[in-house]
Design a protein. Structure first.
Length: 682
């Protein structure tokens, strides 16, 4: 067996299974092995019936007084059993598993593992897993992987296939140079693979994670450096020297730019007349006012006779920018008599509208094009593209940036990001970009009022929300999950929406938003929120990026302890954008005191860089079973804040090896960068 063999070479993989695996991006043995667990699970000691707590996933030990029976009726075949002790009863229910009736003996002790729910006053456990006490004990000693699934791919299937490869004792070649591995005390590749899927204990999991986390950063850093080496900095063929238009525009903004904005602008202005094209990262915390700087750059390019393009990660965000720009340029025309023409291009536009826009772009009837990925489609031909800006860069793949560059004749490039990372790390992640930082917020903002509360506080919070809505404001409620999960007892968007509808007056319109909805559905909900047709929006973190609804004044975050502080900070940036006082309520459900301490950092500070740093200090070596904490740049294993030392190391090593990359390592690097272009996020 080789890494590059198709998964078809595995026992139990036929046409159908293969197709299902493909849906997860698993084509080869290598893909399978790199399909790392989403999290891990340990099996808790089993409890007797009298200690059962409804609503939780648990292992219940007991025996059946009577055999399992078929339940008549219904479309789905059902098998049921009953655990009973005194008054306590727990109904067990299986679907489509008639064979269990022969397998499960009366009077023998088993462990039934599943979620106990309360239905019509009765306790019920649906589709429990069944273990003999001995085999359960074995599980209890280990740490079990939990994989992300899709239809037709179960935990069992993935676990079985991965086991099959690992147990085959085929050794895969380690692509990291040995001297590097030794120098950094990194685990050997096969060991790491084994223990990322089946950790012997916490320590071996940690060792495996360190190795594979390093690999991720290293391959990425190497890839970025490679990109930089193959792309020489071009000469500036789009010089712009006059800032007459910009000066007029600035004068009529209605506010003065902050010192930090002015500094960033001066750096950008200098690039315009430099020897080489601009290649710059503009980093600034949420609400620091990056958009207006982008606008100035686009105006400067327009004055020089160039077209500009602003690319946003979502349709809602693109539309938002477009609407604001059109308004601003209308005002600009009134005071200056100069017309700057804006166009919008997004995926959901009608074919006819798109075609018109393509023509307008090609004929230079548009100076500034704003849009989503649609702007990098083949059909878009600019007459003279001189300035390209991407907003919320961490949401774009590396290669998208490259494609956009190909659209013009070496345009200036400005990428904007709110990801609060230190400069040393930014240099590794953004490779060859110069960096400008806006490290100051506009002065007049009313600081957001924050609080960290227990779930008991909810009734008061709902009353507060009601009051704010009555005053005409809008509210976000954030939950960590989309739907109920078997493994985690966390709030989910779907159930929460129903719950909050019931406690709020029916005159308040509540709806939800999550990442599993189609792009169109999401856009529609956001439109309605913008139009104020929705007053309370229950959402996952999909809301995190760039949304500007200044009328929203409350953000309530459920299970706040499950999020990284940097992410919470981004989320919080959705409120406090208007004139009204805004509020942020972090609901902390765990009993953990460090969690509370962590959240208090958010109350104390509003500085993204500071918060990320403090978070890192407090979390120490990290919560191994936790969610991905930062959620800002999607590395599979590595975490930007927690593993920042590893990232630095990887950056240094990449520098050392970039001129002399062994063949096997080169293959892995190319593979990694190809995947990164799909959805990893720079
Ligand atoms: P972000 O950096 O998060 O993209 P935006 O560019 O969306 O922030 O700016 C947030 C809000 O602040 C906008 O409504 C914008 O008009 C306003 N703003 C930007 N700069 C200033 C400033 N210097 N003074 C006052 N308000 C500003
Ligand atoms: Mg923004």
């Amino acid at each position: 067996m080789q890494m590059t063999d198709s998964v078809r070479c595995l026992k139990g993989v036929g046409d159908k299974v293969e197709k299902n695996l493909n849906k997860l991006g698993i084509y080869t043995v290598e893909d399978l092995l790199e399909y790392y667990p989403r999290t891990y699970q340990t099996y808790q000691p089993p409890v007797e019936l009298e200690a059962v707590v409804p609503g939780k996933r648990q292992a219940v030990i007991g025996w059946l007084h009577r055999g399992l029976a078929r339940i008549p009726g219904g479309r789905v075949e059902k098998t049921a059993g009953l655990l009973a002790e005194g008054d306590r009863k727990l109904q067990l229910l299986w679907y489509r598993m008639p064979y269990l009736r022969k397998q499960i003996g009366i009077g023998r002790t088993y462990i039934f593992y599943g979620t106990v729910k309360e239905k019509k006053g009765q306790w019920i456990m649906e589709q429990p897993e069944i273990f003999e006490p001995e085999s359960y004990k074995k599980l209890q000693n280990g740490i079990q992987p939990v994989y992300s699934l899709t239809e037709g791919v179960t935990q069992k299937l993935l676990a079985k296939l991965i086991r099959q490869v690992l147990d085959s004792e085929v050794l895969f070649e380690d692509y990291l140079p040995e001297e590097l591995r030794e120098e950094l005390h990194l685990a050997e590749y096969n060991y790491a693979l084994h223990h990322i899927h089946y950790p012997k204990d916490q320590q071996s999991l940690k060792t495996a994670r360190r190795r594979l986390g390093f690999d991720e950063f290293f391959l990425f850093a190497l890839g970025i450096r490679q990109m930089k080496m193959t792309r020489e900095r071009s000469f500036n063929t789009h010089p712009a020297r006059s800032s007459k238009w910009v000066d007029i525009f600035k004068e009529h903004l209605g506010y003065a730019l902050t010192g930090a904005q002015l500094r960033a602008w001066e750096e950008i202005k200098k690039d315009f007349s430099g020897e080489h094209v601009m290649n710059r990262l503009l980093q600034g915390d949420v609400g620091s006012g990056k958009t207006v700087i982008a606008q100035l750059a686009l105006i400067m390019a327009a004055e020089a006779g160039d077209q500009g393009c602003l690319m946003a990660p979502t349709e809602v965000l693109a539309r938002q920018h477009y609407d604001n720009f059109v308004k601003d340029f209308e005002k600009f025309y009134e005071v200056s008599g100069i017309r700057i023409r804006c166009g919008l291009l997004t995926g959901s536009m009608k074919q006819r509208e798109k075609k018109q826009m393509y023509e307008a772009i090609e004929n230079h009837e548009i100076d500034i094009l704003i849009g989503t990925h649609a702007v990098i489609q083949e059909k878009v031909h600019f007459a003279r593209l001189g300035m390209v800006i991407t907003d919320e860069q961490h949401r774009f793949g590396v290669h998208q940036r490259e494609w956009l560059l190909d659209k013009g004749d070496c345009p200036h490039v400005l990428v904007m990001s709110a990801t609060p990372i230190p400069r040393t790390l930014a240099i590794i992640l953004y490779g060859d970009l110069d960096i400008s930082v806006i490290d100051e917020l506009p002065a007049k903002r009313k600081p957001i009022k924050n609080c960290v509360v227990d779930p008991d506080y909810r009734p008061a919070a709902y009353r507060f929300i009601e009051k704010q809505v009555m005053m005409g404001h809008q509210v976000y409620v954030i939950c960590p999950m989309v739907e109920e999960s078997e493994f985690m007892d966390l709030e989910n968007v779907l159930d929460y929406t129903e719950k909050i509808k019931k406690v709020l007056p029916s005159s308040i319109s509540v709806d939800y938003l999550h990442g599993k909805m189609s792009a169109n559905e999401k856009e529609e909900v956001m439109e309605r929120f913008h139009r104020r047709d929705i007053q309370v929006l229950v959402s996952t973190t999909v809301i995190e990026v760039g949304i500007n609804v200044p009328n929203a004044t409350v953000m309530m975050v459920e299970n706040a302890e499950r999020f990284g502080l940097a992410q919470l900070h981004q989320l919080r940036g959705r409120v406090g954008r208007g004139d009204a006082q805004s509020y942020c309520i972090f609901v902390q459900s765990g009993k953990n005191s460090t969690a509370k301490e962590r959240l208090e950092i958010l109350v104390k500070s509003n500085d993204g860089f500071f918060i990320a740093g403090e978070d890192l200090k407090l979390r120490g070596p990290g919560d191994m079973f936790g969610f991905r904490q930062s959620g800002l740049m999607d590395f599979q294993i590595g975490d930007l804040y927690e593993d920042s030392d590893l990232l630095k190391l990887a950056g240094d090593c990449a520098k050392k090896y970039e001129k002399n990359i062994p063949e096997n390592l080169m293959r892995r690097m190319n593979r990694y960068m190809k995947m990164a272009s799909k959805d990893v996020i720079l």
